[in-house]
Write a protein of this length. Structure first.
Lengths: 202, 202
DNA sequence: CTTGGAATGGACTATTCGGTCCAGTCTAAG
DNA sequence: CTTAGACTGGACCGAATAGTCCATTCCAAG
């Protein structure tokens, strides 16, 4: 299936994906229509189906991949350098700020509802995202261990998994209630329980 | 707004809500239609609009309330008696079992997508559910404190909030990936960090 | 220049589905 | 028994929207 995309075509395709992502964030996946995407990206329906032959679901999946990549990127460079307490707290601040700013739109979560969670493609995207995220956390914890900042006997993988779960849940609750208290609690408590210094709760 | 419901009417209304909940679980909120609900509950369209005059959203909201009540009920009586380590672990088992069984359908989460998270009614339901859930956890932790099983200086509310976040995230990840490892990790780690005995990881 | 295929425009279709309406039935109170 | 109003059946409607089709334009290679 050799793709035949000229430079112009690639640009248009990118414009569609990014514009669609913006539309989905603005209006919500449930009510966003292809016409919205067309208006936003100044494209015609034939273009949409030219670049995404299987239709809306294929486009949504592309947007999901785009958003998933964004998630980890937004946490850099902190997420990649979790080798001191300072960097852990800096990372925490970035995560809180990012999701507080995002407000009550969860592009990724919503997308899978529409596409169907069991779609192989959709599941693969989220599995891969979680895997990479947790791996970064685990590497960070091991860095602390190497520096003698946390006990060597710590169950790193379980810590990382629990922390990731706390973040996900914190974000879910933020989306549903508008309050970021749980996200903060999960991050603060999770980092605290690694054995680090007490954080000044603010 | 005095409701005028006879016994027969109340029965029908209940039948609709429960049937709709079943339909939503089976087919997913995104694709479930009023016709599905009609077929399942052996009702006519006029009945649906008789009991839910503002239409589908009102019905979905009623189902959301129904499901929300179910969530805490399914954790009883354990959730109400978290006064020993045994009861905490028993509760954990129930939570894991419940959500593993539920598979990849999240009636509540999906519902708010459709209705719109910002709808006052929808937000109120989820806020109240989280509040009650977290309060039960906090009471449980305080019971352990009273029994001298965990340090008195523990920040109970932050612990409870973080644990709740971990559960929510664990469930989210379970829904998205089909794996309950994160839910287990969040629960085991969260209970472990209260200061209790090490759990045999299985 | 020409030419084949990519890229684009936009009208048209098919269908689904929430919601309306009215006619008809049941039921509890007087 | 009467009757008001709750309850039910089901035909009908209109809007929304994913997807199709074909004509036209653009562009790079030969």
């Amino acid at each position: 299936m050799g793709r035949e995309l000229t430079a112009k075509g690639r640009a248009t395709r990118t414009r569609i994906v990014e514009g669609a992502a913006a539309v989905l964030r603005d209006k919500g996946v449930a009510v966003a229509t292809l016409d919205d995407v067309m208006a936003r990206t100044r494209t015609s329906k034939s273009q949409l189906f030219h670049y995404f032959p299987s239709g809306k679901d294929e486009l949504l999946l592309a947007v999901a991949q785009f958003e998933a990549d964004q998630v980890l990127e937004d946490q850099q460079p902190h997420l990649g350098r979790l080798d001191s307490w300072e960097s852990w707290w800096a990372w925490r601040d970035v995560v809180v700020a990012r999701y507080e700013e995002q407000g009550d739109q969860c592009p990724l979560g919503s997308l899978f509802l529409q596409v169907g969670r069991s779609t192989p493609g959709a599941r693969a995207i989220v599995v891969e995202l979680m895997r990479r995220w947790q791996e970064s956390l685990a590497i960070g914890i091991r860095s602390l261990q190497a520096a003698g900042l946390v006990p060597a006997g710590l169950d790193v993988d379980r810590r990382a998994a629990a922390l990731l779960a706390g973040i996900q849940g914190g974000v879910s609750i933020l989306l549903a209630t508008g309050e970021s208290a749980h996200l903060r609690a999960a991050l603060d408590q999770g980092i605290h329980d690694l054995g680090g210094p007490a954080v000044a709760t603010g």
